[in-house]
Structures are given as C-alpha cells and as structure tokens.
Write a protein that binds this ligand. Structure first.
Ligand code: KG4
Ligand code: ZN
Length: 354
C-alpha cells in the first residue's frame, strides 16, 4: 500500500510517501521548515505559520510524489495529521488532503500527530514488538503510554504544566539563544569541559508512584539563576529585602546552566519511564518519539536504561524525531489496515485524542 502523508500542524509543512509492506518503508519525506520566519518572535506566530503553509503545501506534496518515483495516480490512500495543532495551520494540510483523496478517489484517514510520533521509530526498520511502553517528548506534549499495538494507546501519565520541549525552548529564550531552543541547549550542554553538576535544579514530581511530569519548576529555577530572584514582599515596619544580583553571565556559566538543566530534564524522563516499565508492564519494548527524542543525552540515557532493564529501546532516526509526514503516513498505513476510513467531514482539532 502506497500512502501519501501530509503534516502541517505547527511550523513545518511536510509530505511523504510510505509503502506499507510488512514494515514501513519511506519512499520520500519532504519537510519545509519555517523556523526563520518565527525566529525574531522566539516562538511560532499562528497567522504567519498558516500563510507559509499555504505557500509551501503544493510544492512540498509535488516533490514528495516525485522523489518517491511515482505519479499522483499511484497513491492508494491519503493520511493527514488533523490534530492536535494550530487550527489555521492544520486546515491547510487537511484541505489539501481532502481535495487529493476526493479527486483521486482514494481513502482518507485522519491521524493524531502525537500518536504518530510513536510510529516514527518503526520507519525503515523492524516492526515494534508489543506490548510496548511509549514516551512522546515534543514541544507540546510529554506523555507516557501503554501501547497494545501500533494503533491502541492507553495514557499512563503526562506533564501537568510545560512539555519537555517547551521547557527547552523557554530556557533557550532565558539564556538568549535562538528558536527552537532544544538543539541549541543540547549543543551548549555537550561542549567539552562542561560541568553538568554545577547547579542543582529541582526534578518536579520526583516520586516514582506518580507517572506525571512537571517541568515548570526547573524552568523557573533556571530563570532565577540567570536573572536573579524576585524580591519578597516587604513586611510592615521592616526594611525591604533586596535579593543578591546573580553573578555575571560567562560562556562557562551559561553552558553549565544548560548542562545542569539537561541533566535534570533527562533524569525526570528516565525516572518515570523506568517506573512505568516496572509497575505498569509487562512491556517488550520501550518506544520514544517527538522532537526531544533527538536530544543527545536522552538518547544515550534511554539506551542505558534499556540495557539495565534488558529491553530494546526504539528511538527514531534523527530526521524522524522532529515533525515530519513520514510518521503520519506510517500511522496512516497501520490505521487503514484496521479498516479506519474518514470522510470529507474530518475536522481540524486543536487537542490530541490520546
Ligand atoms: O515534535 P516536534 O518537532 O514538534 C512538536 O510536535 O511539538 O518537537 C519540537 C520540540 C521543540 O521544543 C524543540 O526545541 C525540541 O523538540 N527539540 C529538542 C532537540 N531537538 C528538538 N529538545 C532537546 N534537544 C534536542 N536536540
Ligand atoms: Zn510533533
């Protein structure tokens, strides 16, 4: 089965062709990023994003079809990321997907973007052995799932505030780095000679019997370390307390803050994954996906966790960690195999279903 995948949920316009024949073979994967357009705002501006999707969507689809070495008439189904995301952005990909499926007379299937991040690890590789423990770590989500199959997820725990990627992006903004901040913080934290124990930032919701995450505390701790603590309210009849100014920022201090932050975030992710594996299993695999699964320390520590637990850890190749349409087409193949079909009433929905 040759499935065209379309993705436009945030600031990447993407199209891909995946062949489902036992495994999931990626025939082409094209991604047009808009990072430059949003850089000066240190975050994604929804109106700018949807306009850029409109400009990119048709050239990106044409290129994906061409690079797959096929014609439009060879496509057997269209899969589209229709949730979660910015509605104006989702609508661009969804409209293109509906128009193509209708005009080609092939099935349309709507895919949940967060769920698709867990299919990324199976692209161009062996099928995943189920039941599996899944962890999505992206800019908008940090969630643990029990996966009975490629298409059946049960949520075990999730962040109660910031997603891991969001914390990375905010810490990058506090440190005055660019956007998206994850790869930049990762780069600083990986410089030679860096001290990842220089700062003792808090791990949120540290107890292992709670499978939720919290990353707003570590982000605020970094903010105070960089900008100083806010002054406490002055009590009647007392002198105001002026907190000490933070030491001047040096390149060494900056990279030690980045590395200590990264150690803390990875410790939280590994700790909760280990707890879920021990108490909510049995699981035959641990699967990770989402932009933060590109993080060098997380990839290393998750492999070490797998070695300790004697379970294979499936992490996507770097190009399928961040947003792409191959994962959308891949999950589309699996959903179509279960008989799922959507019609032209499929809507763009801002929230995830899983
Ligand atoms: O999955 P994704 O492309 O988009 C969402 O679905 O949100 O994830 C983007 C997030 C951003 O927050 C970005 O900073 C983060 O993934 N990210 C990283 C790394 N590469 C991307 N975070 C930490 N380390 C990285 N190497
Ligand atoms: Zn994503």
């Amino acid at each position: 089965m040759l499935v065209l995948g379309i993705e436009s949920s945030c600031d990447e316009t993407a199209a891909a062709v995946v062949e489902g024949k036992g495994g999931l073979r990626v025939r082409s994967s094209v991604v047009a990023t808009q990072h430059d357009l949003h850089a000066e705002y240190a975050g994604v501006v929804p109106e700018i994003a949807s306009r850029a999707h409109e400009e990119h969507i048709l050239p990106v689809i044409r290129r994906a079809v061409r690079e797959a070495g096929i014609g439009l008439g060879d496509i057997e189904a269209v899969a589209v990321g229709h949730r979660p995301g910015l509605v104006g952005s989702l609508l661009v990909g969804l409209s293109a997907a509906k128009a193509l499926a209708w005009s080609l007379g092939v099935p349309l299937v709507g895919v949940d973007h967060v769920h698709a991040h867990l299919t990324a690890a199976a692209l161009d590789d062996e099928p995943i052995a189920f039941p599996a423990l899944g962890l999505v770590v992206s800019g908008g989500h940090t969630t643990l799932y029990a996966m009975a199959s490629d298409t059946e997820l049960t949520r075990l725990g999730a962040t109660i505030d910031d997603a891991a990627g969001e914390a990375y992006d905010k810490v990058a903004a506090i440190l005055g780095l660019g956007h998206p901040g994850g790869p930049l913080v990762d780069g600083l934290a990986s410089e030679p000679g860096v001290d990842d124990r220089a700062f003792d930032f808090p791990i949120g919701l540290i107890r292992k019997d709670n499978l939720n995450f919290s990353f707003s505390g570590v982000k605020t701790a970094v903010l105070y370390e960089v900008k100083g603590r806010p002054a406490p309210p002055t009590l009647p009849g007392r002198d105001p307390i002026v907190p000490p100014a933070p030491p001047p920022m040096t390149p060494e201090r900056m990279r030690d803050i980045a590395a200590s932050f990264q150690r803390t975030v990875c410790a939280a992710l590994v700790r909760k994954t280990e707890a879920a594996f021990e108490h909510r299993g049995p699981f035959r695999t641990i699967v990770i996906g989402g932009g933060v699964s590109a993080n060098s320390r997380l990839r290393r520590e998750m492999q070490e966790l797998g070695d300790r637990l004697r379970v294979p850890v499936r992490v996507p190749p770097m190009k399928y960690c961040v947003d792409n349409a191959a994962m959308i087409a891949g999950l589309g193949v699996r959903l179509l195999e279960t008989g799922r079909r959507d019609d032209l009433t499929l809507s763009a929905i801002p929230t995830t279903a899983c």
